[in-house]
Ligand binder design. Structure first.
Ligand code: F0G
Length: 457
């Protein structure tokens, strides 16, 4: 029998959510336009909307808040954060931002000119938005298997080198400002990239002089998968693995709200002196001084401590294995999920779950809404609604993966909570043909999934 590691922490403070009745939940989701983003957090018993900014901080991080230096310039907490990023991630320069998309904005504005192409191992919503807003076209160069929920591969986030080479041949290296390399790949189900693949991508890019910028939002989870799945890494520490991973890149954008173990924060890191100078020029316009970038001093202190805690083996092992526990339970009950189970959540395969609905009937959106009614668990649609429309044709992007993401916040829930989630989903799966489709009644023009409203068809 597979066993799972016990919590490597003790609970010091607790939060008391409301537990609504089924009728109250049905009312709440209707009032929210069947969009789980529009629910009140206090109405969600178990909130798996996202693992972003929902982490529980440690007592040391909370203590760190008290030594926040809120100076407008030159805060000592910035010095601590900057030194920690350099030491743990190995980059030469760091520019602070309020969160990941702040870093994406600055990187995209500096690097992208209209008519260029950004290859990436699957898109992420805000990342692609900033690339396109600056005139680039995003090209997906992830391996084909990443789009198939059933294919079980250890490194399903890998870049397909043939696709990357084909794009370089097609448009020319001078039309590719950088490769965006996500570790792990959120939209593919939290799937990791292998060290061997990162090395291969680097070798190919060096040949053509194309820089690599990593979206390193969930890099510690990626490092854990390398340690446990890739030959030659079992005896290396998470820190050693991280440093090797980033040695194959030229810089990174980071959302500290995930693997940084904080509630807000981010940075842009680079080894390029010129890009660093330009990023410091832009950060004052969009984020704040280069010694805070939209974070308070106390945020930066908590972030620095969070980065160090995230690299402790017992922490990351429990984090990833707790996610696997939920996934394994669902797989054992025959519920269709994206395989293998990724680092930050379990992704229900909504097309297979609601096989009586077409993709136009928004199966993932509807499944997320009905999961809330069934069990008070809030999840997130990651399918056609999130994918948005093609900026040229106006047609809906129709991603092969139509998923409901059950994202597990770090250090917040116990295995018993995972049991409640699994039971609710298994019950719903037994009654799946009763779940109806949805249609848009309000569709925002950009990043529509956040504020869209729907009704039952
Ligand atoms: N890159 C990835 C892979 C992400 O998952 C996110 C955020 C970002 C960049 C942007 O970072 O939110 O700090 O601006 N993902 C959240 C999620 C929102 O729920 O997956 P941010």
């Amino acid at each position: 029998m597979k066993t799972y590691p016990a919590e490597p922490y003790r609970i010091k403070v607790v939060e008391m959510p409301n537990i609504l009745t089924r009728e109250e939940r049905a009312e709440a989701i209707k009032a929210a336009g069947y969009n789980t983003f529009q629910l009140k957090s206090e109405d969600c018993y178990i909130d798996l909307l996202t693992d972003s900014g929902t982490n529980a901080m440690s007592d040391r991080q909370w203590a760190g808040l008290m030594i926040g230096d809120e100076a407008y310039a030159g805060s000592r907490n910035w010095a601590h954060l900057e030194a920690t990023v350099k030491e743990y991630y190995g980059f030469k320069h760091v520019v602070p931002t309020h969160q990941g998309r702040g870093a994406e904005n600055i990187l995209s504005r500096i690097m992208i000119t209209p008519g260029t192409y950004i290859p990436g191992n699957m898109y992420f919503t805000t990342t692609r938005f900033h690339q396109e807003a600056n005139g680039a076209t995003f090209r997906d160069v992830i391996i084909d298997e990443a789009h198939d929920p059933e294919v079980d591969l250890p490194f399903k986030g890998n870049v397909c080198l043939d696709k990357l080479q084909a794009l370089i041949t097609e448009v020319g290296a001078d039309k590719i400002p950088y490769v965006c390399l996500a570790v792990t790949v959120n939209m593919a189900g939290g799937q990791p990239v292998s060290m061997a693949n990162m090395r291969d991508v680097k070798n190919l890019c060096v040949k053509y002089g194309i820089p690599i910028y990593s979206d390193c939002t969930r890099c510690v989870e990626n490092a854990y998968f390398i340690k446990t799945r890739e030959e030659g890494y079992a005896d290396k520490t998470i820190r050693e693995i991280l440093l090797e991973m980033f040695s194959y890149t030229d810089g990174a954008t980071m959302s500290g709200k995930k693997d940084g173990l904080v509630n807000i924060g981010g940075f842009l890191a680079t080894n390029d002196d010129e890009l660093f100078t330009r990023a410091r020029e832009l950060v004052v316009v969009y984020e704040g001084m280069p010694s805070y970038g939209g974070m308070t001093g106390r945020d930066m202190e908590a972030f620095a401590i969070g980065i160090k805690e995230s690299c402790r083996y017992e922490y990351i092992r429990h984090r990833v294995e707790q996610v696997a526990y939920l996934g394994d339970k669902l797989i054992a009950a025959g519920v269709p999920v994206v395989k293998p189970i990724g680092g930050h959540g379990v992704f229900l395969d909504a097309r297979a779950f609601l096989s009586h609905l077409s993709q136009e009937q928004l199966p993932a959106q509807s499944l997320a809404a009905h999961l809330f009614i069934e069990s008070g668990v809030r999840a997130m649609e990651r399918g056609m609604v999130s994918a948005g429309r093609n900026k040229e044709t106006g047609e809906n992007h129709k991603p092969k993966l139509e998923t409901v993401r059950l994202t597990i916040p770090r250090r917040v829930y116990t295995y018993a909570h995972m049991d409640v989630v699994a039971e609710g989903i298994i019950k719903l799966y037994g009654e799946r043909e009763k779940i109806p489709g949805l249609k848009f009644v309000y569709e925002p023009p950009m990043l529509r999934f956040f504020n869209a409203r729907f009704e039952v068809v």
